[in-house]
Structure formats: structure tokens, C-alpha cells
Design a protein around this ligand. Structure first.
Ligand code: ADP
Ligand code: MG
Length: 625
């Protein structure tokens, strides 16, 4: 077209498209899910705007918030349209080609190693998956504030944009036309599209229609001149009567047979492919495990086979009413802790009375629970205010408080249902069921993926510190390489033991050889190993648990119960300790004392009660260097 303006794709986008075009990836189906997801996002946006501006939806067909799929078998075109927000000319240029999103290069990189194309949606570049099945794509779009434009590209490094003067006006929204490759013919089959929508887009909250051909039975006259005139009789013309008579003459039974016949005829109509009743509005009793798993996958844009580790679906009542579904994902995303203190991203979607508001509300969950996925739908929050106003709304505090509680309960339940977590004494009583197999080892899995979040929670959330401490798992001198809880530690404490003992360092192997443990081991006390850098911070906040104090065994103040010889020893070595303290001078040590923590090693340097442990010194040093 003459008037078309040409643009080059941004370099990373171009590389991404090359990868997709040349991909041998067999699961090409995913493009449909990505397009439907984009259509749904666009509909969410216009619906959100319409809350504060009723005019924005327009009238007639423009008010239909739905997604429509159409096929043209002859021309091999599959098109998907929505009446969402649409794109202006500038949007088309930016969103579809010239501004690379942060996820673009990450995804390109991933695809070059062992990436799974299935994850494309998570990286924010799902649109380009259209080139798995099409070699030419047109995007026709109409935004309220601009004319209708066509974006088109054959994925040859460039795209073109023209003002649309030839297609039918869209009113508002976007139509994506895929000119399918020869080998992608299966996507011209209605049955295939129905199957895909069922499989991937079940939880889209807008109706998805397919322009489907139906074979319908149509009653047509059995014969051209055949009619029911025998009942009308006399008024009919003579010639017709004659013919009727002639017919009768040929076949006596003709009169009793119907005078019409059924033929199959093709007709097309919109067929609704999904059930738009939101899963969170259903009663938890009616939702199956499979449905929750599928819902999780669609929320997370994670279409692997891994099931979420746990979920919680509940209705909160009282001053603030809301429904929520929370999930613990099967795996932590790679960058969960990388930029912890800068990251604000929560994975909760906020709905108000079924209307999607935002997935960037960081007021809903504390940062340490950012690994959770899910949604909140509130009836209490106002609909007709801006996101900024909502963010300030007092109800959010109540919602947050309840969500934290429910989240921690859900995590606790993973442990409670895990047969591996049972205390030895409980184990004998527990009968094993087939359910146990599935739950077995789930808490260790959770701990491996998200344990650090629990530790960060203990540091940051004073209100829930004790609840979080219950979820803590540690290795100890007696845990035999396995994880154990503080409750289990306490249940094994020796008679007369007052404190919970722990030691910090870089590795368990290093700590096991520590002279600080000699006496404790000999006396059969259990000591917790803390080897993660975050543990030092953790222990500055976790002072006690169930009325037991935590005691770092490398610090001053270790008491292993009364020893009758203590006083005697102190007395007889008084001269030595006095001399030693003087010899080392006050710059180097605070004090020199007789120790009750050693067995073989003659002496050891101990940190003062309120000072940093040697391990903390090491961590601080590595951070400032
Ligand atoms: P994501 O959906 O994660 O943002 P995509 O690659 O799927 O990434 O889409 C890129 C962008 O193109 C979207 O963010 C949106 O701005 C725009 N877009 C795509 N499809 C549509 C559509 N049907 N209506 C309006 N905008 C769209
Ligand atoms: Mg998308």
C-alpha cells in the first residue's frame, strides 16, 4: 500500500521473532491462548475506565465486552477480535515492535539455552507467538482517541502501519488476522479451536464466541409444488388441483405422507465456548482439585504440569467482605530474592465486584509473601474511584491482615498434612493413606523454594513473628541431615535445658568441627546450625520462641546447667585469667573467663552477648568490600 509507513523492529524483538519463526517447538497451540489473554486484558482496561466514565463504552455493539473468533477456510485466515480498549497508531508502533519490554532479552536468552516457549506469556512478549502459525499477520485496531489503523508484518524485520480505509469499521477494539502457514491448517478446524479454548482459556472472564457452522435440519417442501393445499381446497387454482390429482393418481399413499422433507443445511452462528462464572465465586466444595490447578496455571501463565503446592479459597465476612483464592506456586521464580528490597511486585490480582482493577497493588500483601499467586475480589471497595484512591482505602489494611493470616494457615497446613513432618511419636499412630503419598515431602519442597521468605517474614513482621517461627525449619546436630521444626527441637530438649542452642557459620561441615560444640555434644545437647547469611539477621529478631530464649553457643552467656565444680575452677585459675586478660589488653578482649563449653580444645574466642558473632563480622565485611 502506498500510504503505509514502514518501521524496523527493535533489534531484540527481531531476534525474538526469528527464534519463533524458526522454532521447531511442537506446541504451537499457545498462540491462541496469548491472543485471547491480550483481548481479555484490553477488555479489562476499557471496563475499568468505564467505571468512572460511562460514555467511554459507546453504544450498540461497542458495549459488548466479548471476544470473537472467526475462520476463513478458503483464504486460510484465523481472526480474533475484541471490543477492548484498542490501540492508537502510536500504541501499535510502540507495543508491537519498537519498544522492547524488559522481558524480551531475558526470554531471548532463555530460548537460546533450554527455554520453553510455553513460558512466553510470563515474559510479556506473548503476542509474537502468532508467528508460530502465521507467516503474515494484520492487526486492525481502533482506539476511542484515534482513527482505525492496520499494523502488518511478515516477520521480515519490518512492519508497516496504514490508516485503515478498506476494512469494515471496528467501532472500537482490535482484530488480529493470522494468515496461517500451510502446515498450520489444523487451526482452521472449528473443533480444534473449541478444544484449545476449553484447554487454555477456561478462566477468561469475558465470553468467547466462535463463528461456528452448524449443520441444521431444515424442513423444505418435498416437491416444488407440494403444499398443504388439500386443506385449503376450493380456492386454489385449477391447474394446481389438476397436478395434485395427478399425483394422487400415481401414489395412493401420498396424501398421508408429509409433504415436506428434511435436508441438512449449513448455517453459521455465534457459539459460546466458555463458562464465564468466575471460579472464586463458586463454593469451594464444588471446585475440583484439577480446576484449582488449572486456574493456578492460567493466573501464573505457567502451563507446566506442576501443581501448586497449596491453595486457600475463602470468603471473608464482616466489615470488609471479599473472596480470595491464594496459591503457593510449585517453584520460586528465579529472581524472587535477587532484587528483594527493590521489588514491589505482588502477584495478587485485585477485583472489585468482579471487575478487574489491578495486578500491581502492593498494599495487599507484605513483601515477604510476594511469592504467592492469587486474587482478591472485594464487594466493599468502591468501584467508581481511581486506582490511586483505592490504594489509600482503609479497607485494604483489613484485607491485608486477613490475607496474611490465611496465607500462613495455608502454609502451616502443608506441614500438617505432610507425613514426613510428623513427630516420631506421632508417626506410629498415623495410618498411611494414598493421599499421604501426594503430600509426602511437600513441606521440604516448600521450604527449599520459599524458606527464605519465611525468614524475611520473621525479620519484618513482628505481629506474626511467632506464627512464622512455627513454619521455620532448621538442621541441627541431631537432625541427621533432615529438616526439623522448633517445636520438634523443644520436644527433644533435655531436662533442665532452658535455652534453644544455635550456632552460625558458612557451612554445616565447618560448624560440625567447631570447638564451641564440643562440650554440648558430649553432654548430648542439640544445637541448630544456621548457615545462610540471612540467618544472622534472623536471629537478631527472633529472640525467643515458646518462652525459650535463643542462645548462640559462640557467644557469652552459655549456660549448660549448674556444675558444682564451676566455682572451684574459677577460684583456682583466677591468677591465670587475670594475667591473660592483662597480656591481651583491653583493645583485644573484654574478658578472659573459665569456660564450660569446651571438651578437647584448650581455649576459644567468644563473642560478647550483645556484639556481632564472628560470622556476622564476616558477612558485614563481605558486604562492604
Ligand atoms: P503482554 O500482554 O504481556 O503485555 P504481549 O506481547 O502479549 O505482552 O502484548 C504486547 C502489548 O500489545 C500489550 O501489552 C498491549 O499493550 C498490546 N496489545 C496486544 N494485543 C492487544 C489487544 N487485543 N488490544 C489492545 N492492546 C493489545
Ligand atoms: Mg499478552
Amino acid at each position: 500500500r502506498n500510504s503505509a509507513e514502514k518501521f524496523q523492529f527493535q533489534a531484540e524483538v527481531s531476534r525474538l521473532m526469528d527464534i519463533i519463526i524458526n522454532s521447531l517447538y511442537s506446541n504451537k497451540d499457545i498462540f491462541l491462548r496469548e491472543l485471547i489473554s491480550n483481548a481479555s486484558d484490553a477488555l479489562d482496561k476499557i471496563r475499568f475506565l468505564s467505571l468512572t466514565d460511562k460514555e467511554i463504552l459507546g453504544e450498540g455493539d461497542n458495549t459488548k465486552l466479548e471476544i470473537e473468533i472467526k475462520l476463513d477456510k478458503e483464504k486460510k485466515i484465523l481472526s480474533i477480535r475484541d471490543r477492548g480498549i484498542g490501540m492508537t497508531k502510536e500504541d501499535l508502533i510502540k507495543n508491537l515492535g519498537t519498544i522492547a519490554k524488559s522481558g524480551t532479552s531475558a526470554f531471548v536468552e532463555k530460548m537460546q539455552t533450554s527455554g520453553d516457549l510455553n513460558l512466553i506469556g510470563q515474559f510479556g512478549v506473548g503476542f509474537y507467538s502468532v508467528y508460530l502459525v502465521a507467516d503474515y499477520v494484520e492487526v486492525i485496531s481502533k482506539h476511542n482517541e484515534d482513527k482505525q489503523y492496520v499494523w502488518e508484518s511478515k516477520a521480515d524485520g519490518a512492519f508497516a502501519i496504514s490508516e485503515d480505509t478498506w476494512n469494515e469499521p471496528l467501532g472500537r477494539g482490535t482484530e488480529i488476522r493470522l494468515h496461517l502457514r500451510d502446515e498450520a491448517g489444523e487451526y482452521l478446524e472449528e473443533s480444534k479451536l473449541k478444544e484449545l479454548v476449553k484447554k487454555y482459556s477456561e478462566f477468561i472472564n469475558f465470553p468467547i464466541y466462535l463463528w461456528a457452522t452448524k449443520e441444521v435440519d431444515v424442513e423444505v417442501p418435498a416437491d416444488e409444488d407440494d403444499s398443504s393445499e388439500e386443506e385449503e381446497s376450493s380456492e386454489s387454482s385449477s391447474s394446481e388441483e389438476e397436478e395434485e390429482d395427478a399425483e394422487k393418481g400415481e401414489d395412493e399413499d401420498a396424501e398421508k405422507k408429509p409433504k415436506t422433507k428434511t435436508v441438512k443445511e449449513k448455517s453459521s452462528e455465534w457459539e459460546l465456548l466458555n463458562d464465564v462464572k468466575a471460579i472464586w465465586l463458586r463454593s469451594p466444595k464444588e471446585v475440583t482439585e484439577e480446576e484449582y490447578a488449572k486456574f493456578y496455571h492460567s493466573l501464573a501463565k505457567d502451563f507446566s504440569e506442576d501443581k501448586p503446592l497449596a491453595w486457600s479459597h475463602f470468603t471473608a465476612e464482616g466489615d470488609v467482605e471479599f473472596k480470595a483464592v491464594l496459591f503457593v506456586p510449585p517453584k520460586a521464580p528465579q529472581d524472587l530474592y535477587e532484587s528483594y528490597y527493590n521489588s514491589k511486585k505482588s502477584n495478587l490480582k485485585l477485583y472489585v465486584r468482579r471487575v478487574f482493577i489491578s495486578d500491581e497493588f502492593d498494599e495487599l500483601l507484605p513483601k515477604y509473601l510476594n511469592f504467592l499467586m492469587g486474587l482478591v475480589d472485594s464487594d466493599t471497595l468502591p468501584l467508581n474511584v481511581s486506582r490511586e484512591m483505592l490504594q489509600q482505602h482503609s479497607s485494604l489494611k483489613t484485607i491485608k491482615k486477613k490475607l496474611i493470616r490465611k496465607a500462613l494457615d495455608m502454609i502451616r497446613r502443608i506441614a500438617e498434612e505432610d507425613p514426613d513432618e510428623a513427630n516420631d511419636k506421632d508417626k506410629k499412630e498415623v495410618e498411611t493413606s494414598s493421599d499421604d503419598d501426594e503430600k509426602k515431602g511437600q513441606y521440604a519442597k516448600f521450604w527449599n523454594e520459599f524458606g527464605k521468605s519465611i525468614k524475611l517474614g520473621i525479620i519484618e513482621d513482628a505481629t506474626n513473628r511467632n506464627r512464622l517461627a512455627k513454619l521455620l525449619r532448621v538442621e541441627t546436630t541431631k537432625s541427621d541431615g533432615k529438616l526439623t521444626s522448633l517445636d520438634q527441637y523443644i520436644s527433644r530438649m533435655k531436662a533442665g535445658q532452658k535455652d534453644i542452642f544455635y550456632i552460625t557459620g558458612t557451612s554445616k561441615e565447618q560448624l560440625e568441627k567447631s570447638p564451641f560444640l564440643e562440650r554440648l555434644k558430649k553432654k548430648n545437647f542439640e544445637v541448630i546450625f544456621f548457615t545462610d547469611p540471612v540467618d544472622e539477621y534472623l536471629m537478631q529478631y527472633l529472640m525467643d520462641y515458646e518462652d525459650k530464649k535463643f542462645q548462640n553457643v559462640s557467644k557469652e552467656g552459655l549456660k549448660l546447667g549448674k556444675d558444682s565444680k564451676d566455682k572451684e575452677l574459677k577460684e583456682s585459675f583466677k591468677e591465670l585469667t587475670k594475667w591473660w586478660k592483662g597480656a591481651l589488653s583491653a583493645d583485644n578482649v573484654d574478658d578472659v573467663k573459665i569456660s564450660n563449653r569446651l571438651a578437647e580444645t584448650p581455649c576459644v574466642v567468644v563473642t560478647s552477648k550483645y556484639g556481632w558473632s564472628a560470622n556476622m563480622e564476616r558477612i558485614m565485611q563481605s558486604q562492604t568490600l
